[in-house]
Design a protein around this ligand. Structure first.
Ligand SMILES: [Fe+2]
Length: 230
């Protein structure tokens, strides 16, 4: 894993996994959606400074506990989800927008179409997710001798952020009739790492396939355009 050769990162990962093991779930919601942020008049919301947000995350990634420090920066970034929404724009189609990519850190925004599903997959590096519009339902999976099995779930609403351990396997659903948008941050070069995904019907493990994911996004956008025509 890119960036994992640095001792502080290894120590941090152990701490993160130990913390994750201390609770029954591998996923911990850091901050509830702010009722104040949800109800404040729109005229009071200023756009978030995206460059500064990315800068904060990059700076946090060199902390002795990079995942926690980046999670704190992410939580600040989505605490007022409308400010992030103003910065990124209302999602119009499924896709990702890379905001930062290095060997040690990947940051992108991801948009899911209404009712979009993503098959079970792992990351092989720590991951933080913050939702700035809509909702993302996570099913958490764990390995069995032959395959994987679901063992937990967590719904993330806009304004919330969460940490996933490096061994997390999850599948993702947007349960809403509108787009969901989130910021996804990984402790490594997400795109240069061959990971695993699991067939959603047979749960057989396969190498992650970026081309297949891109086709899935295209199919989703085609589905939305079809909905628009009907
Ligand atoms: Fe994921």
């Amino acid at each position: 894993m890119a960036g994992s050769s640095k001792p502080p990162v290894v120590i941090s990962r152990r701490r993160v996994l130990a913390a994750a093991a201390a609770v029954s779930s591998q996923i911990v919601v850091r901050r509830p959606a702010s009722a104040e942020a949800q109800s404040a008049p729109a005229t009071r919301t200023a756009s978030l400074d995206l460059d500064r947000f990315v800068e904060d995350c990059v700076k946090a990634s060199s902390d002795s506990d990079p995942q926690q420090a980046v999670l704190d920066a992410l939580a600040r970034g989505v605490r007022d989800p409308r400010a992030m929404l103003l910065a990124l724009g209302e999602p119009q189609e499924a896709g990702i927008r890379v905001l930062h990519r290095s060997k040690a850190l990947t940051i992108f925004s991801a948009a899911w179409t209404p009712q979009m599903n993503l098959m079970p997959h792992n990351h092989l590096m720590w991951a933080n997710i913050g939702i700035y519009t809509g909702r993302e339902d996570n099913i958490l999976w764990r390995r069995t001798p032959d395959s994987i099995e679901a063992f937990g779930a967590k719904a993330l609403f806009q304004g919330q952020s969460t940490a996933l351990g490096a061994d997390t396997i999850h599948s993702v659903t947007n349960p809403l009739g509108r787009f969901t948008g989130g910021i996804h941050i990984y402790g490594g070069d997400f795109f240069a790492t061959t990971r695993s995904q699991w067939n959603p019907e047979t749960l057989s493990e396969e190498p992650s396939d970026g081309a297949a994911i891109r086709r899935m996004f295209e199919r989703e956008n085609e589905r939305m355009r079809g909905r628009g025509r009907s």
